[in-house]
Design a protein around this ligand. Structure first.
Ligand code: C2E
Ligand code: CA
Ligand code: CA
Length: 746
């Protein structure tokens, strides 16, 4: 507000002013209306003689409510508007008013004045100048109203907006306002970061769909439309987001309609939470739950789902199932270490995968066992050819660390629906076929046959029966004599396992071979057998019988028990049996595979204590000659297959001669097993073989028979006849038989 001090016209109350001629022309109604308005009308003469506006006042009564000063205070100069204007606002107000007067336009200013009580009052001052005929300004008139409330409301609004903005900025979630047309109107900093941008400016104005994965765009569009129709989505939905750089992130989004005061939806508020990390972790968990991390193949659980699927059809389309098992994985793992084992598994997985075609399922079921589902099999023959492809591929050598690994595998195969329909039955079939392939010598594939099921049942039965025999103490030790070939003397016995079946028949180990494959059962059998043998030895010693020694067969499985040697020696000493009466027979498999050092240690312990060690079935296994040097072997037992065909001069005879020589050169005694006739015995004796064992000298018999006097009488009789037999056999007509032996003496 503006006005002037001193000079004409003299200041007068506004009421008078309004009634002055040339002002409002006696318009009392208008004057009273002005008085009752909240605010203050003013008028002051121009130009301002002091060069300053806002000087003296001609004001209406509303001034009191506005400032706490009365119209009279102004009239008499006790108050001046200029003095009430806030010092910070004064210069601007004066400048604006002058400019408006000069430019002949009205003005509208807001500024602060000081109320008599000391508080600031915000005013809106709207006015204009009045000009005379010459165009010179003569009056300044206007109206000042109190707008403090409005200002405070504005300030409060600004504050709350500021708070809102700060809250949004601090939000870790992407918050966006999206217009009805799909354009992004606002985005918070978290949103900027989530969309891979540097600033909101890169985002605002773009269509929101440009940030959504194409696969999800339709869904997002639909949700937007629903939201614009007023539907709020409190259930979040997941969507793949495309960042500016193109890298996908995953977000959980909620939408809410933004309504204007008239209730119309004008935009959509979108709040998106970045769940990429959670998603990735979930995916990883999911992957781990269904895959094998080593080979990255699907695992058994995944495989079973697929098998279910493959066999859920009508059966018009055949599906093949293969179970593939490595033949020598354990050996590779045990002898060359886990790295080699892992490499073999990975390479096998790769090959199986390569042999498969798209749509086939290849999985690792566990250990060294893999499986393949072949869908849409045309014919049994075609399937057999497929199986053969796998077999061939797996036969190719695998090298690792400069060594060639034995990568051969056996395969069991079965066909849906021909062989069975239920997944569990198909798996059983393939397992049975695999077992049969292994039993038939490994490295081959077998297709399931119903007979395999009965064979397996027989095997299960055998194990059960064997367990029962153990439980009911039907295990018996049989003994077969070993004879010194030079003079026919009894040297000792080999103990052979027997048990009485439920039908009372005496059973041999071959009828329960599978029982020996069960480590626990094998250990129990061995313990029981050794116990029986030691009981018999003890009783023979007590009776002074000249039995020599007893050799007990110990399998590789038993031998690997850490405390085997110590326990055996303990048992011997508990029964006061000198170790020289005891021998063990091991096959070459104990030297192979895992725990070679342990085996060596155990053998040494026994050997040192005086237990002699025989290497059984020599010539049939894989032992290298270095094993003979490294392990404390005292006796070589030539496998009976070589003895069997001795009479027909051929390779076997050469092998037998070579083994005898080898054994002797290494300081060992050599035993020939399975000697069934005199000619074999004579030949062996002639070649210098030390000991003979076989039906010729005696079949295996129960310990009780050995305790009987008759046995010893017969032994003595046979021994006395032996030199005569030998000399009769050495007559040229008989010795002729193994001719090559004569022509080329070993
Ligand atoms: P092995 O150690 O080679 O035992 C010799 C096998 O040849 C025995 O078969 C014996 O009865 C048989 N035999 C003996 N003389 C002749 C012969 O002149 N001609 C023929 N054709 N066979 C003869 P058996 O008793 O059936 O034992 C078979 C295999 O079972 C044994 O072969 C041995 O490996 C294993 N075994 C036997 N007893 C035990 C045992 O107590 N523990 C363990 N771990 N294995 C055992
Ligand atoms: Ca043996
Ligand atoms: Ca043998």
């Amino acid at each position: 507000m503006t006005l002037k001090d001193g000079g004409a016209p003299q200041p007068q109350p506004m009421s008078a002013l309004f009634s002055a001629p040339g002002a409002f022309e006696n318009d009392d109604h208008l004057a009273s209306l002005l008085q009752s308005l909240p605010g203050c009308a003013y008028r002051c003469p121009l130009p301002d003689p002091q060069g300053s506006l806002l000087v003296n006042e001609h004001v209406s009564d509303g001034i009191y409510a506005l400032t706490g000063y009365s119209a009279e205070d102004f009239w008499f100069g006790r108050s001046a508007w200029k003095n009430l204007v806030h010092p910070e606002d004064l210069a601007a107000v004066q400048r604006e008013v002058s400019a408006a007067v000069t430019a002949r336009r009205s003005f509208s200013l807001t500024y602060r004045v000081s109320h008599q009580t000391g508080r600031d009052v915000w005013v809106l001052d709207r006015g204009h100048a009045v000009y005379d005929e010459k165009g010179l300004p003569i009056w300044l008139e206007g109206f000042v109203s109190d707008i403090t409330d409005q200002k405070e409301t504005e300030a409060a609004l600004r504050d709350s907006e500021e708070q809102l903005r700060a809250m949004l900025d601090a939000q870790p979630e992407c918050v966006m306002v999206v217009s009805a047309g799909g354009r992004i109107v606002k985005v918070n900093p978290a949103g900027v970061a989530m969309l891979g941008c540097m600033s909101a400016a890169e985002i605002v104005g773009r269509n929101v769909l440009t940030f959504i994965d194409p696969d999800h765009q339709d869904a997002v569009r639909d949700l937007h439309v629903q939201c614009l129709d007023g539907a709020a989505h409190d259930k979040p939905y997941e969507v793949d987001i495309m960042e500016m750089g193109g890298k996908g992130r995953c977000a959980e989004v909620r939408l809410a309609p933004l309504k204007s005061s008239d209730g119309k939806v004008w935009a959509v508020l979108s709040v998106a939470r970045d769940i990429t990390d959670r998603k990735r972790a979930e995916e990883k968990m999911e992957w781990l739950a269904t895959h094998d991390p080593l080979t990255t193949l699907p695992n058994r659980a995944f495989f079973q789902q697929r098998l279910q699927l493959a066999t859920s059809g009508s059966g018009k389309r055949k599906a093949g199932l293969l179970i593939i098992d490595l033949d020598n994985f354990k050996q590779v793992n045990d002898t060359l270490g886990h790295d080699a084992g892992d490499a073999l598994l990975c390479e096998t997985a790769r090959r199986i995968r390569e042999c498969g075609r798209s749509g086939w399922t290849v999985a690792r079921l566990g250990g060294d066992e893999f499986a393949v589902i072949v869908p849409n099999v045309e014919s049994r023959e075609g399937f057999a050819a497929t199986v053969e492809t796998f077999l061939q591929r797996l036969r190719e050598p695998v090298s690792f660390g400069g060594k060639v690994l034995d990568s051969r595998a056996s395969i069991g195969a079965t066909l849906f629906p021909d062989d069975d329909r239920a997944p569990s039955d198909l798996l059983k079939n393939a397992d049975l076929a695999l077992y049969a392939a292994k039993a038939a010598g490994r490295g081959r594939a077998m297709h399931y046959l119903p007979a395999m099921r009965s064979e397996m049942q027989r095997r299960v039965m055998a194990i059960r029966q064997f367990k029962a025999a153990l439980d009911e103490d039907r295990v018996i030790a049989y003994y077969q004599p070993k004879i010194v070939l030079a003079d026919g003397a009894l040297l000792g016995f080999e103990a052979l396992l027997r048990w009485r079946g439920e039908d009372g028949q005496i059973q041999r180990p071959g009828s329960a071979a599978s029982a020996f494959e069960d480590a626990e059962l094998a250990a129990a059998i061995s313990d029981r057998m050794i116990g029986k043998v030691l009981d018999d030895i003890r009783s023979w010693l007590d009776r002074g019988l000249p039995f020599g020694h007893v050799a007990v067969n110990v399998s590789a499985l038993e031998f690997r028990q850490a405390d085997f040697a110590a326990r055996l020696l303990d048992t011997l000493s508990n029964r006061s049996i000198d170790p020289s009466h005891f021998q063990i027979e091991v096959t070459e498999t104990v030297f192979l595979g895992h725990g070679g050092e342990g085996v060596e240690q155990a053998l040494r312990t026994l050997s040192k204590a005086g237990v002699r060690i025989a290497l059984d079935d020599f010539g049939t296994g894989y032992a290298s000659l270095s094993h003979l040097k490294r392990f404390p072997v005292d006796i070589l037992k030539i496998d009976q297959t070589f003895i069997h065909d001795l009479a027909q001069e051929g390779e076997d005879a050469s092998i037998v001669r070579a083994v005898i020589m080898l054994g002797h050169n290494l300081g060992m005694k050599v035993v020939a097993e399975g000697v069934e006739d005199l000619r074999q015995a004579a030949y062996l004796q002639a070649q210098g073989c030390d000991i003979g064992q076989g039906y010729l000298f005696g079949t295996p018999i129960a310990g009780t028979e050995i305790s009987a006097d008759g046995f010893w009488d017969r032994m003595e009789r046979d021994r006395k006849r032996w030199p005569n037999i030998l000399s009769a056999l050495s007559s040229p007509a008989v010795v002729e038989l193994p001719r090559r032996a004569k022509a080329k003496p070993a």
